[in-house]
Design a protein around this ligand. Sequence first.
Ligand code: HEC
Length: 134
Amino acid sequence: MSNYQWKMSVFIGLIVLYAIYTTVLYFREYKEALPADKLAQTGKIIWQQKNCVACHQLYGLGGHLGPDLTNVYGHKGAPYIKAFLQSGTQVMPNYHLSESEMQALISFLKYTNSTGIADPNTFTQHPYGTISAQ
Ligand code: HEC
């Protein structure tokens, strides 16, 4: 096999592998990490529909107008969250949520609270641009 043929077969081989890999990824069943609790699942959907993440972070990711809400359930509790949802603030809109929607959101925030600690104020910032939870 000449040098040219060898390079061509490696090239074609890589293209074939790429096509197979892409096809496998495309047809693979997508499993989203969902809370086990049905109410929390509904809460997650409401969280997405109302785009709470535009202003709030979960696990330190999201908008920065409002605080990180990952552990708000653990730190402040359900009645506190409900008060915010019921009336909004000067900055946070009042979504006029129904009682069941509020319960679902609270349940979702209870779930996020159980999954880890994310209080960016306590994170250590390293000079090379990363953070760690200690
Ligand atoms: C337009 C921006 C914005 C959006 C959208 C928003 N919030 Fe807020 N939220 C805030 C701000 C800002 C605060 C902090 C209180 C203040 O300054 O008014 C806050 C506070 C809160 C608090 C209290 C947090 C604490 O630690 O004191 C909760 C709970 C909360 N929001 C839940 C939600 C949920 C759930 C949604 C989606 C349904 C949502 N927010 C959508 C801006 C927003």
